[in-house]
Design a binder for this molecule. Structure first.
Ligand code: NDP
Ligand code: BG6
Length: 486
């Protein structure tokens, strides 16, 4: 099987924050990969824009280094010829998002007839001013679209403000709010598995599903982003966006078609059907130092911080499909392993013809998001051999790398797909303004709850599965988390 690459239309892209960490690690290497795949043609202009004084050659050297380290991290060697061709497409403008410096030059080099994307890879306080300046310099026309990085606000009020500011200069169909989880291969596979197969959908409801667990576990800590993270925490950084998006894709009704508004309408209905979280529905944690590795306080250099690096919660969706089926979600840093999955745990068979000795057996459909993408269906079979009828659970395992072959299982990074979707004008994998606001409304209430109660986070050991109380969250319902395992 060989995946097809359809070239996108010619475009120009300006990356505000083109010298920053995200541009260096993700955006520029993603563009290079798409160029190598033949999806971007040579007549494209990619302009880095930031305050640092640099000429186009200086930027090309910066990008060459970025590509080399990204390719090496993936175990690949950059191809010298294609890299040289790619670098020819680059330019750089010294610009200030808050001042007038550089804007005339950017404007003069603009090819108005082109599809033009402006990527806001800068701190959120610059999103509004950038949109305003694009408008003032005549660049916010119908050919323009903006890509807005996360975080999109830090609560409902700030997200609404930002939506209002952006809407002053751009139509909703020109605004691409990034949630890179939506660009991950397996996350899209969620929709393929659900809506491309007859097998699962009839069982996809509270009559057959006991509960659903979503885990996004990270092994690393806050790294170099301590300043941002300490003001955000796991609820704002991961739960409000990535995990809620996964929840929506798992729980939504089938959209009439795979089109941006049809999909986003269904996701929005899920968020709006979520019950408010009660005090006993949320567990927050913060990692402590262990085995020579720093604790959260040391990493963010704030000994008094009460920000959570872990959150687990029990969500309920009040609609016909899901009433009575809880959704348990957890995410955290410095956990046992980097392992993310969604597990759909089906109910017990209504009656066991094998008697009590056969034990309790359940079918579990596991969608593994990372690091080893695939799906696994746990089925119950007879234990081989003579003797009595003893039952065991075995996985029907489909690791995509094995099923598809190494070439097709070399999935593009989420940013590769998302940037190409921006150029294609496809917003299906981007969050709509009302969706972001609804997600904030739900998480805000929980955050307000623990702030009013003055509850500090519990601590957990680095390399563990999080605080013990997170286990209790499920145990008290007679359920347990699956092991965090890659
Ligand atoms: P960095 O701090 O590494 O980079 C910021 C960039 O903005 C630099 O290029 C900087 O260059 C530029 N910049 C700063 N001030 C101005 C200004 N006044 N005018 C124009 N450019 C300016 O940030 P990141 O790359 O880490 O993050 C960028 C965005 O992406 C943020 O919104 C972040 O939340 C988001 N994000 C980042 C992730 C990551 O892993 N890094 C992951 C997910 C989201 P200069 O100082 O020369 O102007
Ligand atoms: C980012 C968060 O959005 O996602 C980070 O800000 C987190 O804190 C990252 O580490 C996780 O992304 P991935 O793709 O590595 O699972």
């Amino acid at each position: 099987m060989v995946s097809r690459v359809i070239p996108v239309d010619p475009f120009d892209l300006v990356i505000f924050g083109g010298t920053g960490d995200l541009a260096r690690r993700k955006i520029l290497p993603a563009l290079y990969r798409r160029f190598c795949a033949g999806q971007i043609e040579a007549d494209v202009q990619i302009t880095g824009a930031a305050r640092r004084e640099m000429d186009a050659d200086g930027y090309r050297a910066f990008v060459a280094e970025a590509i080399a380290s990204a390719e090496m991290a993936e175990g690949r060697r950059p191809d010298t010829a294609s890299q040289a061709e790619f670098l020819k497409m680059l330019d750089y403008v010294t610009i200030d998002a808050l001042g007038e410096a550089g804007w005339d030059r950017l404007s003069a080099g603009t090819r108005n007839e082109r599809i033009r994307a402006y990527y806001f890879s800068v701190a959120p306080r610059f999103f509004g001013p950038l949109a305003e300046r694009l408008h003032l310099y005549g660049l916010a026309d119908a050919s323009a679209r903006i890509v807005v990085e996360k975080p999109f606000g830090r609560d409902l009020a700030s997200a609404r403000d930002l939506n209002r500011v952006l809407a002053g200069y751009f139509n909703e169909c020109q605004i691409y709010r990034i949630d890179h989880y939506l660009g991950k291969e397996t996350v899209q596979n969620l929709m393929a598995i659900r809506f491309g197969n007859m097998l699962f959908e009839p069982l996809w409801n509270s009559q057959y599903v006991d509960h659903i667990q979503i885990t996004v576990a990270e092994e690393h800590g806050v790294g170099g982003r301590g300043d941002y993270y300490d003001r955000a925490g796991a609820m704002r950084d991961m739960m409000q966006n990535h995990l809620m998006q996964l929840l929506c894709l798992i729980a939504m009704e089938p959209p009439a078609k795979f089109d941006p508004d049809a999909v986003r309408d269904e996701k929005l209905k899920v968020i709006r059907a979520l019950d408010p979280l009660g005090a006993g529905d949320v567990v927050r944690g913060q990692y402590r130092a262990a085995e020579g590795r720093p604790g959260y306080h040391e990493e963010v250099e704030n000994p008094d911080s009460t920000t959570e690096s872990f959150v687990a919660l029990k969500a309920r969706i009040s609609n016909w499909r899901w009433a009575g089926t809880p959704f348990y979600l957890r995410t955290g840093k410095r956990l046992r392993e980097r392992a993310s999955e969604i597990a759909v745990v089906f109910k017990d068979a209504p009656h066991s013809i094998f008697g009590d000795d056969a034990g309790r057996h359940r079918n579990i459909l596991t969608i593994k998001l990372q690091p080893n993408e695939g799906i696994e269906l746990g089925v119950t079979i007879k234990e081989p051999g003579p003797g009595g009828m003893r039952l065991i659970d075995v996985p029907l395992d489909m690791t995509f790398a094995e099923a598809l072959g190494p070439q097709d299982a070399d999935f593009p990074d989420a940013y590769e797909r998302l940037i190409m979707d921006v150029i294609r004008g496809n917003q299906t994998l981007f969050m709509r303004g009302d969706e972001v606001e609804a997600a904030w409304a739900w998480t805000d209430a929980a955050i307000r709850g623990w702030e009013e109660r003055g509850e500090p986070p519990l601590t957990y050991e680095t390399g563990s599965s999080g605080p013990q109380e997170a286990l209790t969250l499920m145990l008290r319902d007679g359920r347990r988390w699956r092991e965090i395992k890659a």
